[in-house]
Design a protein around this ligand. Structure first.
Ligand code: TRP
Ligand code: SF4
Length: 363
């Protein structure tokens, strides 16, 4: 006779990404690649943060639906498996908005004004008017996104750590305000004197209705774009996961190299070359050695070096693009994944909201 052992629950992970359109290698190495690995070890929730897109792009939502679609395609093409993780669109789960509203009641303005991305982004996106309530509230919406799923970990890059920190403060404040109870010793005291003694020694029990999650700093290698700056959609220097081979080749051909290597006969220094930074991520150890050797002795030219890089990138992208072709031919499959994901996420979110609403006096 076999005895069924209850499988130990896996720690839970939640993360989200803004729907910026077709994803590039920077998005992939910075997040998605890690998510694909995490789905084997954790109970995972991954979502497309469409409300967050509106915090900066509220003036023109015309591209939002197609951007959501492209990101969903890239999620699945990159290897997120809907059998292993829950994939959904933020606005399909109304509890995100609901919990955000509730958090707004007790979050001091100063907490939000002090989040470093607030002033930074306002300065970087000067062409947009970001003096809005929604933009100030961006990290609070993110706190709601996270706490709804009571995750153990939130995989994010270094730029998002401050947001997870705020999330922890919001959870702590919620628990303190609405979930603190006198300890049994205080409740069962027989006299004022006994109660006072118990209060001094034991204070109160703060229940964890909303447990505090931890940031899971995922490795994100330095990934320059074709102009040598950080790969980013706003710089127009990206290579997309969906770029076909000839496009990858054409984009990498004029890529910035070691600026001191002017002539073919000049030896170069891979350690200051953005092309080599990409080699480090995508090429085999053998190619890395050949590049090092060839570059420093002027044995190879930059054109040849970029050709090898193109081969490595194309090889990495091949299985992703193969899955994409299949999904593009079966659009209903993507709809079904997002619908099922929203269903599962809603169920979880509703379970979290019940004690939350009760504690806040709303039930
Ligand atoms: N702010 C994140 C970013 O710009 C996206 C995001 C929204 C997110 N909600 C989240 C990430 C919740 C992790 C958890 O990348
Ligand atoms: Fe950079 Fe390669 Fe040219 Fe060396 S050979 S400078 S590593 S592109």
């Amino acid at each position: 006779m076999t005895i069924a052992t209850p499988s130990t629950p896996r720690p839970r992970v939640l993360s989200g990404m803004r729907p910026t359109g077709k994803l590039h290698l920077g998005n992939y190495m910075g997040a998605l690649y890690n998510w694909v690995k995490l789905q084997h070890e954790y109970e995972c929730y991954f979502f497309i943060a469409d409300y967050h897109a509106l915090t900066t792009d509220y003036a023109d939502p015309s591209g939002l639906q197609s951007n959501i679609r492209e990101v969903a395609l890239d999620f699945l093409s990159a290897g997120l498996d809907p059998e292993r993780c829950t994939i959904f669109v933020q606005s399909h789960v109304h509890q995100h908005a609901e919990l955000n509203l509730l958090f707004g009641m007790f979050t001091p303005l100063g907490w939000l004004e002090r989040v470093p991305t607030y002033k930074d982004q306002q300065e970087q996106l000067r062409e947009k008017d970001l003096n809005t309530y929604g933009f100030l509230g961006y990290p609070l919406l993110q706190a709601a996104d996270i706490l709804l799923y009571q995750p153990d970990f939130v995989p994010v890059g270094a730029d998002q750590v401050a947001h997870v920190e705020l999330t922890r403060e919001v959870a702590r404040r919620f628990n303190q305000l609405y979930a603190s109870r006198p300890t049994p010793a205080i409740r069962h005291a027989h006299s004022d004197k006994e109660r006072l003694a118990a209060e001094i020694s034991q204070n109160e029990v703060v229940e964890q209705i909303l447990p505090e999650p931890k940031a899971l700093l995922t490795p994100s290698p330095k990934l320059p774009g074709t102009d040598g700056r950080k790969m980013s959609k706003s710089y127009g220097n990206t290579i997309l996961l969906s770029d076909p081979e000839d496009v990858v080749r054409a984009k990498l051909k004029p890529m910035v190299t070691d600026p001191a290597r002017i002539r073919r006969t000049d030896p170069g220094n891979p350690d200051v070359c953005p092309v080599f930074d990409l080699h480090r991520v995508f090429s085999t150890e053998e190619t890395l050695q050949n590049v090092r050797q060839g570059c420093t002795t002027a044995g190879i030219g930059c054109i040849q070096c970029k050709g090898w890089l193109t081969d490595a990138v194309v090889k990495e992208l091949a299985p992703i693009q193969e899955r994409r072709r299949h999904l593009e031919a079966n659009p209903k499959q993507v709809d079904d994944v997002l619908e099922a994901g929203a269903g599962r996420a809603s169920q979880f979110a509703a379970r979290t909201m019940l004690p939350v609403l009760k504690a806040a006096g709303l039930r």
